[in-house]
Ligand binder design. Structure first.
Ligand code: IPE
Ligand code: MG
Length: 222
């Protein structure tokens, strides 16, 4: 989700107003994804690198996140959505962690779409954590070197319970991955949407899905 700040700047508004409108896009896209039968939707809501933004912007984003979770819990539950999160969740403010825990618990039994929020998430960190855990298992003699394969690594990523994404959408026209699910997107189709995230609503989302539908996926075959 990219372009909140630019959306606001173009209108002479403070960046936080872009983030606020961005929450509306989240609502719209989550609802639409559920309706069309998406199994897993992962939103890159806050990266490990985003902590370097000015303190007031980080604080505002954390407040918005807490409010979104609080306000949306009932609707997510009614729509049979299960909320989960990946990233260094222990770095989030206590209030956000508590609310996250509440929303996860309230939706834990739902078996519709899984909505995964990537929070304080960085892909290199995730892969490094997996490597460390695998090294520990080897050192303790629980696995041998020849047990280290792609499945073992994948099973130590934060996403171990989810399938790899089929489609990655980036908004605001930027052609960058920005440390997002680097391992998992090996064969994902990429769609770059020109719209800033606050303008990325149902129509733009459906257009991206449409574009995905036209791609021929060969997974390295012919
Ligand atoms: C993405 O919009 C939202 C978050 C990082 C939470 P940006 O804040 O990156 O907006 P731009 O890139 O400055 O326009
Ligand atoms: Mg940005």
């Amino acid at each position: 989700m990219d372009g909140n700040g630019r959306w606001a700047k173009e209108r002479g508004l403070p960046r936080i107003e872009g983030h606020r409108q961005g929450v509306e896009s989240v609502r719209d896209v989550v609802r639409t994804a559920g309706q069309i039968g998406v199994g897993y939707l992962t939103l890159y809501a806050f990266s490990a690198e985003n902590w370097s933004r000015p303190r007031h912007e980080v604080a505002a984003l954390m407040r918005l996140l807490e409010k979104y979770l609080r306000d949306e819990t009932d609707e997510l539950h009614e729509n049979n959505v299960r909320l989960e999160a990946i990233g260094c969740l222990q770095d989030l403010p206590g209030r956000v962690q508590k609310q996250l825990q509440k929303t996860r618990q309230a939706t834990a039994q739902n078996d519709g779409m899984v909505l995964v929020l990537a929070l304080s998430y960085g892909s290199r960190r995730e892969i490094t954590d997996a490597a460390r855990e695998v090294a520990r298992l080897a050192k303790e003699g629980k696995i041998s070197i020849s047990d280290v394969n792609e499945t073992l690594i994948a099973n130590h990523l934060y996403t171990r319970d989810y399938p790899d994404p089929d489609l990655l959408i980036r908004t605001s026209g930027e052609m960058r991955i920005s440390n997002f699910l680097l391992w998992q997107i090996s064969y994902a189709e990429l769609v770059v949407a020109p719209a800033m995230w606050p303008d990325f609503r149902k129509d733009q989302f459906l257009r991206a899905i449409d574009e995905y539908g036209k791609r021929e996926r060969r997974f390295g075959g012919i």
